[in-house]
Design a protein around this ligand. Structure first.
Ligand code: UD1
Ligand code: CA
Length: 472
C-alpha cells in the first residue's frame, strides 16, 4: 500500500491570476483534478492527502465533491519539503511508501507511476526526464550513474545548469524515514525555502539507494507555472487526443482544430469537421458525422446520426440516423429517438421526441413528450413556464402542428390532431380533429391610410394602420 500526497499549496505568482494555480483549467478541468483522476486509477492507495495553503478554502471547496480525500493545511508556505511535512500526521504509517505528486504537473499517467513503483521496489525512486531546455527545473546530480542530489535552478552552478536530466517533482519515498529527513531540512538556499529535493542528499547519506524512471511521453511531466506553459501544455494534450482518435480510425478533418475536454469515445467511421469542442463524456456511434463548429457536452449521439454545422448539444441524446442542425441547440434531457429531424434555430429541452418526428425550423420545445411521426411547423413554441412553475406538453403520434403555434402547457394534443397555423392552444386538442384559434380574416373595403395634411403624398412614417393620430 502507499500514501499519495499532492502538493497544491503554492500561490503560482507567475500565473498573474486570482484563481489558485492548481485550479487553472487544463483539458477542461482544474489541473489538480487531472492529478486526482490519475490517482483514482492507481492500485493500492491507502490515503490521499492534498496539501493546500494559498486560498486553501477555494481549493478545498473546488474538490469538495470528491470522496476519499484528506486535506492538510500549509500556512505559511515555506517550500515543498515543508508542504510534505504538513501532510505527515495524516499519512498511514502502515503504508510503506509515499508517492509525492505536484498539483501543477497535471498530466502524469498511471502507467508511468506504475513504472516508478516498480523501479522503487521497497526503496525510493524519482521520476526524471531529459529536456532540451531544462531551465527552471531541479537538476539531477549523479555520481557513477547513481543519483546523489538534486540542485534547484536558482542554486545551480553554471556547470550544473548544463545538466539536462531534471527532477519532475514526482517521487516515491519510504514513509517511515520521512519525519526524520524532513526535520533535517534547512532553508539556506536561494529561495529561503525548505526544499523537498534536499531529502535526496539525506537519503544518500543514510545509504538509501535511489532509483529513477522516465515517463513514456514527455508531456506527462511538464510543470505549469505560467499561462504560457498552460496554453502550451493544452496544445500538446489536444494534439495527443486527436492522434488517439485518428489512430483509432476517426476521420478528423483537421487534427489541429479539435478540442476534447473530457472523454470522447467514437464508433467506426465517425467524421468530425473542424472547430468542434467535446466536453465531459461524449459518445459518437458508428457512422456519426459532426459538422464544423459544434460544441457537444455530455451527450450520446447514436449510429448514423448527422450533426450539421454550429450545433450546441448539452446533456442530450440523439437517436439513430437523426439529423440535427445546422444551428440547433439541444439542452439537458432532450432525448431524440431515431430518424428525428431537429432543424435550424431549434431549441429542445427536457423533452422526448418520438421516432421520425420533425421540428425543422425556428422552434422552442421544452418539457414535452412528443410521439412519433409528428410534424412541428416553423415558429412553434411550447409555453412551458408561467414565471414560477414549469408545465408539460404532450403531443400524440402523427399530430401536425401548424406554423407559429403556441402550446400553453399543461396541454395535450391528441394523436393525429391537426392544429391550424397561428393557433394559441390553451385547451387540449382532440385526436384526429382540426383545432385552430384564429380571428376570422376580414377585409375593409375602401380603407385608406391616413396622410399628413402638410406632407403631400408621403404616408406618415410609423403610422399605425388603424391609429387615429399615427402615434410613434
Ligand atoms: C519543483 C521542484 C523542482 C522540479 C519542479 C518540477 C522543489 C524544491 N523543486 O520546482 O526540482 O524540477 O518542481 O515541476 O521541490 N508547493 C506547496 N507548498 C510550498 C511550495 C510549493 O504546496 O510551500 C506546491 C505548489 O503548489 C506546486 C508544487 O508544490 O504544486 C511545486 O512548487 P513550485 O513552486 O511550482 O516548484 P518548482 O519551482 O516548479
Ligand atoms: Ca512548478
Amino acid at each position: 500500500m502507499m500514501n499519495v500526497v499532492i502538493l497544491a499549496a503554492g500561490q503560482g505568482k507567475r500565473m498573474h491570476s486570482d484563481l489558485p494555480k492548481v485550479l487553472q483549467p487544463l483539458a477542461g478541468k482544474p489541473m489538480i483534478e487531472c492529478v486526482l483522476d490519475t490517482v483514482a486509477r492507481l492500485p493500492d492507495v491507502s490515503r490521499t492527502v492534498v496539501v493546500i495553503g494559498h486560498r486553501a478554502e477555494v481549493v478545498r471547496e473546488a474538490l469538495g465533491s470528491r470522496s476519499g480525500l484528506e486535506f492538510a493545511l500549509q500556512s505559511p508556505q515555506l517550500g515543498t519539503g515543508h508542504a510534505l511535512q504538513c501532510a505527515l500526521p495524516q499519512l498511514d504509517p502502515e503504508a510503506g511508501q509515499t508517492l509525492v505528486l505536484l498539483g501543477d504537473v497535471p498530466l502524469v499517467q498511471p502507467e508511468t507511476i506504475d513504472r516508478l513503483t516498480r523501479v522503487a521496489g521497497d526503496g525510493m525512486a524519482i521520476l526524471t526526464t531529459v529536456l532540451r531546455n531544462p531551465t527552471g527545473y531541479g537538476r539531477i546530480l549523479r555520481q557513477r550513474g547513481r543519483i546523489v542530489a538534486i540542485v534547484e535552478q536558482k542554486d545551480a552552478t553554471e556547470g550544473q545548469k548544463q545538466i539536462r536530466e531534471v527532477n519532475t517533482g514526482i517521487m516515491l519515498l519510504p514513509t517511515a524515514r520521512l519525519a526524520g529527513w524532513l526535520s533535517e531540512l534547512k532553508s539556506a538556499n536561494a529561495q529561503g525555502e525548505y526544499y523537498l529535493t534536499d531529502v535526496i542528499g539525506l537519503a544518500v547519506r543514510d545509504g538509501v539507494r535511489i532509483n529513477s524512471a522516465r515517463p513514456r511521453r514527455s508531456f506527462e511531466v511538464e510543470g505549469v507555472n505560467s499561462k504560457t506553459q498552460l496554453a502550451r501544455l493544452e496544445g500538446i494534450w489536444q494534439d495527443h487526443q486527436a492522434e488517439l482518435l485518428t489512430e483509432a480510425g476517426v476521420t478528423v478533418l483537421d487534427p489541429s482544430r479539435l478540442d476534447v475536454r473530457g472523454r470522447l469515445s467514437c464508433g467506426r467511421d465517425v467524421t468530425i469537421d473542424v472547430g468542434c469542442i467535446f466536453e465531459g463524456e461524449v459518445e459518437l456511434g458508428d457512422g456519426v458525422s459532426v459538422g464544423p463548429y459544434c460544441v457537444i457536452r455530455n451527450a450520446r449521439i447514436a449510429r448514423g446520426a448527422r450533426i450539421e454545422a454550429f450545433c450546441h448539444i448539452d446533456g442530450a441524446e440523439v437517436g439513430d440516423n437523426a439529423r440535427v442542425g445546422p444551428y440547433a441547440r439541444l439542452r439537458p434531457q432532450a432525448v431524440l429517438a431515431e430518424d428525428v429531424h431537429a432543424g435550424n434555430f431549434v431549441e429542445i429541452k427536457k423533452s422526448n421526441i418520438g421516432r421520425g418526428s420533425k421540428i425543422n425550423h425556428l422552434s422552442y420545445i421544452g418539457d414535452t413528450d412528443m410521439g412519433s411521426g409528428v410534424n412541428i411547423g416553423a415558429g412553434t413554441i411550447t409555453c412551458n413556464y408561467d414565471g414560477v412553475h414549469k408545465f408539460r406538453t404532450t403531443i400524440g403520434d402523427n399530430a401536425f402542428i401548424g406554423s407559429d403555434t403556441q402550446l400553453i402547457a399543461p396541454v395535450t394534443v391528441g394523436a393525429g390532431a391537426t392544429l391550424g397555423a397561428g393557433t394559441t392552444l390553451a385547451k387540449d386538442a382532440p385526436a384526429g380533429e382540426l383545432t385552430l384559434s384564429r380571428a376570422p380574416q376580414r377585409t375593409i373595403q375602401g380603407w385608406r391610410r391616413p396622410v399628413r395634411e402638410d406632407a403631400g403624398q408621403k404616408p406618415a412614417p410609423g403610422a399605425q394602420a388603424a391609429g387615429k393620430d399615427g402615434a410613434r
